[in-house]
Design a protein around this ligand. Structure first.
Ligand code: SAH
Length: 343
């Protein structure tokens, strides 16, 4: 199988060109064709000789996803079902904010984490995405819409820290000034709490934002919602978060999906304040999106506001996340890998 040329960082691409007996500056040209000019094929790289283009074609793929389906929400949010060209499909969501376009990318085909409230649970895990397949979600959407994306969130299907190497590589590619040039501070990685890889991330010297899906400050409840808590319980997770903050000086964002009569009462808010007091953090409250056959339902607006106010009144910065794309199943936790056969 030929390797996808979008998998390479610029440094790796330079090595590739040296091994082909070419000058390293060719790598910069090609990197620019891929990530800035966003070309569909090697033949569009007109400042390369025909011979070099042929050499590249023989050895590498320039993987361009096909759009199987595109849905547009009333609020402007768009959801794409992409054909990965190997019989698999993934979903990507584009959102428009005042500050620009933000994209929610998938990191795996399926997910192993088994969170009870998430639509990705219950569908088989197939494989992790390659770095180039993560990057291509951005490139394909930019191409389709004729826009420049300014923010990336790793909050689509999959657990990014379970596909650690490819996610880090994708971030380095996306972040590179000679490529897409999206600042690390505009990139968020969300994790269900894979503690060892939170420690690894702390050492990467990447200024991206870490989001931690907490959802409860009580071990019994969290284990019920998120099986990962049995391996890395709250105290271990919070210790890792504190160490992460110490190592990076970066604020952590905690995700908290509010489910009625489960984790949304005042006692829960009190426990949460105790847990996070004094930490450099922010809490993102998400009205939970009920999934088919799921046992969790949305908190009332009244409870959501009370919960937020209690946190804010007690020194924890909390905001309620605006729900976008719910009418096209593109809101938080609603993405579901679809089979090509389902078309
Ligand atoms: N695996 C990673 C990233 C993917 S999920 C993680 O767990 O963080 C992105 C975010 O959506 C997570 O915070 C996740 O807990 C949340 N989420 C999943 N299902 C949801 C639902 N039904 N309603 C609201 N948020 C949900």
């Amino acid at each position: 199988m030929k390797e996808n040329i979008k998998n390479f960082t610029l440094d790796e691409l330079k090595e590739v060109f040296i091994s082909l007996g070419e000058k390293p500056f060719r790598a910069e040209q090609v990197f620019k064709w891929i990530h800035v000019e966003n070309v569909d094929c090697f033949d569009e790289m007109t400042n390369l000789s025909l011979e070099l283009r042929e050499k590249l074609k023989e050895r590498y793929l320039l993987k361009r996803f096909k759009i199987i389906k595109k849905l547009e929400s009333k609020d402007g949010t768009k959801k794409y079902l992409f054909d990965l060209l190997d019989g698999n499909a993934i979903e990507t969501v584009l959102m428009e904010y005042k500050f620009g376009y933000s994209i929610c990318v998938s990191s795996q085909i399926g997910c192993k984490m088994g969170c009870k409230f998430c639509a990705s649970t219950g569908i088989p895990f197939i494989r992790s995405l390659e770095a180039g397949e993560i990057v291509e979600q951005i490139l394909a959407v930019q191409k389709e819409e004729g826009i420049k994306i300014s923010n990336i969130v790793f909050m689509g299907i999959g657990e990014p820290l379970d596909n650690y190497d490819n996610v880090i590589k994708a971030i380095r590619i996306i972040n590179h000034p000679k490529g897409l040039n999206i600042g690390a501070r505009h990139i968020s990685v969300s994790t269900s709490g894979l503690v060892p890889n939170i420690y690894r991330l702390a050492e990467e010297k990447i200024q991206c934002t870490l989001s931690v899906s907490l959802h409860s400050s009580n071990n019994e409840k969290r284990s019920e919602m998120m099986p990962v808590n049995k391996g890395y319980p709250i105290e271990v997770l919070i210790k890792a978060c504190k160490d992460y903050i110490k190592a990076t000086n970066r604020r952590i964002s905690f995700e908290y999906a509010l489910a009625k009569d489960n984790n949304d009462n005042l006692e829960d808010a009190k426990e949460l304040v105790k847990l996070l007091k004094g930490m450099l953090c922010h809490v993102n409250l998400i009205p939970i999106n009920p999934i088919e056959k799921g046992k969790y339902t949305k908190s009332t607006n009244d409870n959501i506001i009370k919960f937020r106010d209690y946190l804010n009144d007690n020194g924890i910065v909390a905001t309620i996340r605006r729900e976008l794309g719910s009418d096209i199943d593109a809101a938080c936790g609603q993405l579901r890998r679809q089979n090509l056969e389902e078309k």
